[in-house]
Write a protein that binds this ligand. Structure first.
Ligand SMILES: Nc1ncnc2c1ncn2[C@@H]1O[C@H](COP(=O)(O)OP(=O)(O)O)[C@@H](O)[C@H]1O
Ligand SMILES: [Mg+2]
Length: 386
């Protein structure tokens, strides 16, 4: 039997744990008709919490209703790619897609010369208009069959803000025109917040916000039981509990623990014809923790400022919740300064306030990771500072 667990970013898991309500909300919004609030949504949450997988699941909800679904990542040029995707399969493919670069090179500017604001403004409006036109044309064709268009945009970040503005202008118009559309954006909490707080994008503040978090351990345990039994293996109730506990309800860890425990039951010293033994489970959990470090903790910690990283390293000295006053002392900073980083880390879902004046790690096993890799992060910083 192939391993049913999918510990890969963006891969749909065998059981999507704990998201039934969110999916139900979106189904309702689609059936509720034009203008339903849930048709404009943004998903946030830490790395590995399941944003991309949710976009896929919500896309499936729309596809089930025969909607046209276009998935894009908010990397530079996404608006042009969306326009192309809208033209795909329709006769007007080669119609007037005015690429902004074309109008710029028409001005005879050498490459690399920065445009004045007027020209930049112009190209943004131009692109917004192109996108609107492409949406309208496609919607006209679809609406004869009563179908709408869902656009999902993953990895929203501050660097793509000018294209986001163009998209937002168009979306606002389409909503005002009562078109059958839905938009879902996804990104890390701080990234999405930067975009939402942009003056031009104020209307996005009215979008429904889903902050994805941990899922319940009962649900995790049930998902393990179903996935393991459905795929021809067996695990006792106590092994299932052990596996569920080890995930801390963190979605990426569900797949990692499942994958490595399954694998330990197939090959190596704890292989068994049909059962995931306690030993295999323990081995799998140990492997899963290592992989979590490589796949989640590493990138998460690397993406932080040096000071935020120091804050985490200072926390890792404690075996449990850390006093914020004590952390400030360890950092040799005043409380106000340390508080800036505390707030930032809380926003990113990396730590949380466990009680008044105390913080603790939210990403599971981050403390262990930092203790093992702390020296490395510290050293890298010293080298950079030379
Ligand atoms: N609700 C869930 N239940 C079980 N596994 C999940 C769930 N959400 C995500 N996963 C798994 O977690 C991993 C990360 O999901 P992904 O959508 O890439 O996270 P993000 O986009 O938030 O970084 C994938 O292996 C995916 O299969
Ligand atoms: Mg993702």
């Amino acid at each position: 039997m192939p391993n049913p667990f999918k510990p890969t970013a963006g891969m749909t898991p065998p059981v999507l744990v704990g998201r039934a309500d969110d999916i139900e909300d979106f189904s309702y919004a689609l059936d509720d008709g034009v203008g339903a609030p849930g048709r404009l949504m943004y998903l946030t949450g830490a790395r590995g919490v399941g944003k991309t997988v949710m976009l896929n699941a919500l896309g499936d909800v729309a596809r089930h209703r025969d909607w046209l679904v276009i998935d894009e990542t908010a990397e530079s040029g996404f608006l042009g790619r969306l326009i192309n995707a809208l033209h795909e399969g329709s006769k007007s493919r080669l119609s007037s897609v005015t690429m902004p670069t074309a109008s710029v090179s028409g001005l005879g500017l050498p490459v690399g010369v920065s445009l004045n604001l007027g020209a930049a403004q112009f190209s943004r409006e131009e692109r917004a208009l192109d996108f609107r036109r492409a949406m309208s044309e496609r919607l006209d064709a679809l609406s004869r069959k009563h179908r709408g268009i869902l656009i999902t945009l993953d990895e929203v970040q501050a660097s793509g803000i000018s294209e986001m503005r163009a998209l937002a202008t168009a979306v606002q118009h389409l909503i005002r025109e009562h078109r059958d559309v839905a938009f879902i954006f996804a990104g890390l909490p701080s990234m999405v917040e930067d975009v939402i707080n942009d003056d031009v994008l104020t209307f996005l503040r009215r979008a429904e916000r889903k902050h994805l978090g941990d899922v319940s351990l009962d649900d995790v345990k049930r998902a393990f039981a179903t996935t393991i039994e459905d795929n021809g293996r067996h695990a006792s109730d106590s092994v299932l509990s052990m596996l569920a506990q080890a995930t801390n309800g963190y979605p990426f860890m569900i797949q990692l623990v499942g994958y490595w425990a399954w694998r330990a039951s197939q090959t190596g010293p704890y292989a068994d014809d049909e059962t995931i033994t306690e030993e295999a489970a323990a081995r799998g959990i140990a492997q899963a923790k290592i992989k979590l470090g490589d796949m989640v903790h590493g990138p998460a910690v690397d993406g932080l400022s040096a000071m935020a990283r120091d804050y985490l390293l200072a926390m890792a000295q404690d075996d449990g919740p850390s006093s914020t006053g004590e952390i400030a002392k360890r950092l040799e900073r005043d409380a106000t300064y340390a508080n800036v980083y505390r707030t930032q880390l809380i926003k990113e879902d990396i730590i949380y306030q466990s009680s008044y004046g105390y913080v603790d790690f939210k990403l599971p096993y981050l403390r262990d990771y930092l203790r093992e890799h702390g020296a490395y992060h510290q050293m890298r910083r010293t080298i950079k500072g030379l």
